[in-house]
Ligand binder design. Structure first.
Ligand SMILES: Nc1ncnc2c1ncn2[C@@H]1O[C@H](COP(=O)(O)OP(=O)(O)OP(=O)(O)O)[C@@H](O)[C@H]1O
Length: 247
């Protein structure tokens, strides 16, 4: 799929009396990196859950290109082109790197291919080898996912998201727990990927956010406090007070 744009309008969700996400609107432009930031409890994960279908909004819409995808199940959203990785490691640790990718790429095949020998799943197999090479994992194809380093596991998660050929890739803290070197390498890879797939991130590492993002959405207490280029957001007085903690 070609890189898609994602537009969120007036999205809201409460838990009891708490408005975790309060009328948030923004657009993740096609083939760009948009990052959602904000202090703990700002509503970033809830927003991601609303967009990716894990939670239903009380109000508001989510559109992929011009198609309304509000409240679609995560499975249908994946068919529509939204692929999401999670903060928690989401791999089959007893399967090899290649097998994990094969499962993710099987999505590209018609359902009936489940009953055919694996070698007949040519699209999935081609995608696997492309993704293995691209993510520098080809030499590890036969290694159990559980035996990879933390950085490699996170890389495999992103690779698995991409194996379904999405139009938008949603990543929740893709560099969490990574070494400095792995973080830099992942940043480079994401920048490269963003030429062909729209990327929507939640990220805490503010240095990374500023160097990597094309567009930043700042949340605070469920609301969108500000949005703009990294430089615009950094210069915004409200953001400085609420997020960076100075006035
Ligand atoms: N399932 C839930 N039930 C009740 N309250 C919830 C639920 N999920 C989130 N909240 C509350 O909604 C608010 C926003 O939480 P959310 O996890 O979306 O914030 P966040 O910005 O992702 O925080 P963090 O950076 O710590 O992950 C918080 O006050 C949280 O306690």
């Amino acid at each position: 799929m070609k890189a898609a744009s994602l537009t969120v309008r007036d999205l809201s969700r409460s838990f009891g009396g708490l408005r975790a996400v309060d009328r948030v609107s923004f657009t993740a432009t096609a083939a760009k990196i948009t990052t959602v930031i904000g202090p703990n409890g700002a509503g970033k994960s809830t927003l991601f859950n609303l967009i990716s279908g894990a939670l239903h909004p009380d109000q508001g819409t989510v559109a992929l290109n011009d198609r309304d995808v509000t409240s679609m199940s995560p499975e249908l959203l994946k068919c529509a082109g939204v692929s999401r990785s999670f903060q928690i490691t989401n791999l089959f640790s007893d399967l090899t790197v290649g097998e994990n990718l094969r499962i993710a790429a099987q999505f590209l095949e018609p359902a009936r291919s489940m009953f055919l020998p694996i070698r007949k799943s040519t699209r999935a197999l081609r995608k696997c080898s492309e993704v293995l090479n691209r993510f520098g994992l080809a030499a590890k194809a036969g290694v159990l996912a559980g035996a990879l380093s933390h950085g490699e596991q996170r890389r495999l998660e992103v690779a698995m998201c991409l194996a379904s050929n999405p139009g938008i890739l949603m990543l929740d803290e893709p560099t969490q727990g990574m070494s400095h070197g792995d973080t830099a390498e992942t940043a480079k890879m994401l920048k490269e990927l963003s030429k062909e797939v729209t990327i929507l991130l939640v990220e805490h590492d503010i240095g990374l956010v500023m160097s990597l993002s094309d567009h930043v959405v700042v949340m605070h207490q469920g609301r969108k406090l500000s949005e703009g280029s990294p430089a615009e957001v950094r210069a915004n007085a409200d953001v400085q007070a609420a997020y960076f903690g100075h006035h």
